[in-house]
Write a protein that binds this ligand. Structure first.
Ligand SMILES: [Zn+2]
Length: 293
């Protein structure tokens, strides 16, 4: 059984100074490519479904894809809900078997965000499910969540400390200058803020908006304590481009499976590349042993 909560997963990653890659699947094949890449790299991986994807396919279908893939892997695989805002959807994820969920109440005032998060943590703890919450507000466009530049604001280290002392999270997303989607202009990542927050909380941090950050920036964030790096936009581009490129290169090919194979290989290569870049390669089997005892 390789279905793993992000809680022990990210504690180990943070302790050993690397990050687990988190990808957003758009269909069965992209999810399968995530597990195949993790398996090939001997690395842990986080499969994170967006709320939009859950609304499209339903909880049951997504979980039925995930379960056998994770059970047959010998590396830790987590099924995570990315940016959960709907409490009914979150509760259903926990009940069906997601190993972790994100409650994103970052658009609410601090106290309200904390209260909602506490409620989700109580549900999650009862099932051994890890929770991610967000402090500050990360700008940009993520699926159907749009945070305008003027609303985006950085996390406050005092609030981060209070938040992480009040609830035991598996990981938290702090707004530290990254944005969702591709960047317009240079991202202004606040390394001092990451360092300060990590000094004051014992909780691993998630780096949102990983697509479009250069390798040096990501490596520095990981060295400062980011244990989860989210890649979504990048995947969407490879998903579409690999399909279109196959058509351009093989204009008379109308065999769907050859398109799906080309797409699978392109996605798997992207995932393996990111997993390796974030330092997860070679860590999967040992992590699983450590978690399962
Ligand atoms: Zn995000």
């Amino acid at each position: 059984m390789a279905l793993t909560s992000i809680k022990p997963m990210l504690k180990i990653a943070q302790r050993d100074s690397y990050a687990v890659a988190a990808f957003n699947p758009v269909d069965y094949a992209s999810m399968k490519a995530m597990v195949a890449a993790a398996q090939e790299c001997d690395a842990p991986v986080i499969i994170q479904t967006s709320a939009k994807t859950i609304r499209y396919y339903g909880h049951e279908a997504l979980f039925s894809w995930f379960k056998p893939l994770a059970e047959n892997a010998d590396v830790p695989v987590a099924l995570h809900l990315d940016h959960g805002k709907d409490l009914d959807m979150i509760k259903k994820c926990i009940d069906i078997g997601w190993t972790s969920v994100m409650i994103d109440a970052s658009d609410k005032p601090f106290e309200e965000n904390l209260e909602i998060t506490k409620k989700v943590v109580a549900w999650a703890d009862a099932k051994g499910v890890g929770v991610e919450a967000e402090i500050g507000e990360i700008g940009g466009v993520e699926e159907d969540i749009v945070v305008a530049e003027e609303d985006a604001h950085l996390a406050d280290p005092n609030e981060a400390e209070r938040f992480c002392k009040a609830v035991e999270l598996g990981v938290f997303a702090a707004a530290i200058g990254t944005a969702h989607g591709y960047y317009h202009g240079e991202p202004d990542v606040q390394f001092d803020l990451i360092e300060e927050i990590n000094k004051r909380t014992a909780t691993p941090m998630a780096l949102h908006g990983g697509t479009g950050l250069d390798k040096e920036t990501i490596a520095r964030c990981i060295a400062l304590g980011c244990a989860k790096v989210n890649i979504s936009t990048n995947l969407k581009h490879v998903f579409i481009d690999s399909f279109v490129d196959h058509k351009k290169e093989n204009p008379t090919d109308y065999e769907p499976l050859s398109y799906l194979k080309a797409q699978f290989q392109a996605l798997k290569a992207l995932f393996a590349d990111k997993i390796t870049e974030f330092g997860g390669a070679g860590k999967g089997g040992n992590m699983l042993k450590e978690i399962e005892g």
